[in-house]
Design a protein. Structure first.
Length: 207
């Protein structure tokens, strides 16, 4: 159940990530972008399934600009971020981004025609620089999954920095796994595993 929830959470996150104007409220960012990427998948699903690399490239083009990649990497590494060199930080940021997208991109194709998003009203002060967009993913023959998106305003654009699936933070979950791996293998060893795709595969199995 948790494993499916995590995959669905990433499905939602990847779906809504698309360039929009900074003045657009966070909930509208989510809604508009979800429609855009879902439309691309519907039109090109056969091509994407036959050519995963093409699909990964499209997903990365739409997703990466809307994530605060370095901040997410810092949150995941936690206290180990301070002990990492700048080169290690850059390696980790790139490797985590790549593996996250590649590990969960297939869930987009798998779930796109089975899920409908319902968006809850946004409650945010006009001057806020941090917001939470809440939604429910309505599934066929299964209970809905509650998803939350944490965003912060950075460089005149809203950037995602965490996702909650049934009130479970993906960043907190990954941080616990990362700290354990770093304690066992060291920062370089952990990054090497991540670059090889071993960390997120292990996390998926444990979920």
């Amino acid at each position: 159940m948790i494993r499916n929830g995590v995959r669905l959470g990433l499905w939602a996150a990847l779906c809504w990530s698309f360039s929009v104007l900074a003045v657009t409220p966070p909930d509208q960012v989510v809604k508009q972008a979800t429609d855009k990427l879902s439309s691309e998948i519907r039109k090109r699903s056969v091509e994407f399934k036959a050519k995963p690399k093409v699909f990964y490239a499209v997903v990365e083009d739409l997703v990466v600009p809307k994530f605060d990649q370095r901040y997410i990497a810092q949150l995941v590494m936690g206290r180990n971020w301070r002990n990492a060199s700048e080169a290690q930080r850059k390696r980790f940021t790139e490797a985590f981004k790549n593996q996250l997208i590649r590990t969960y991109a297939d869930a987009l194709l798998e779930y796109n025609d089975q899920i409908r998003a319902e968006w809850l009203p946004l409650r945010m002060e006009p001057s806020a620089t941090d917001a939470t967009v809440k939604s429910k993913l309505v599934r066929k023959d299964a209970p809905p999954v509650v998803i939350g998106f944490s965003l912060r305003l950075k460089d005149e654009d809203w950037k995602i920095y965490d996702i909650t699936v049934e009130n479970i933070s993906l960043i907190s979950s990954f941080r616990g796994q990362a700290n354990s791996e770093i304690s066992e293998s060291g920062i370089d060893g952990f990054i090497t595993k991540l670059e090889a795709g071993q960390f997120l595969k292990k996390t998926k199995k444990q979920s």
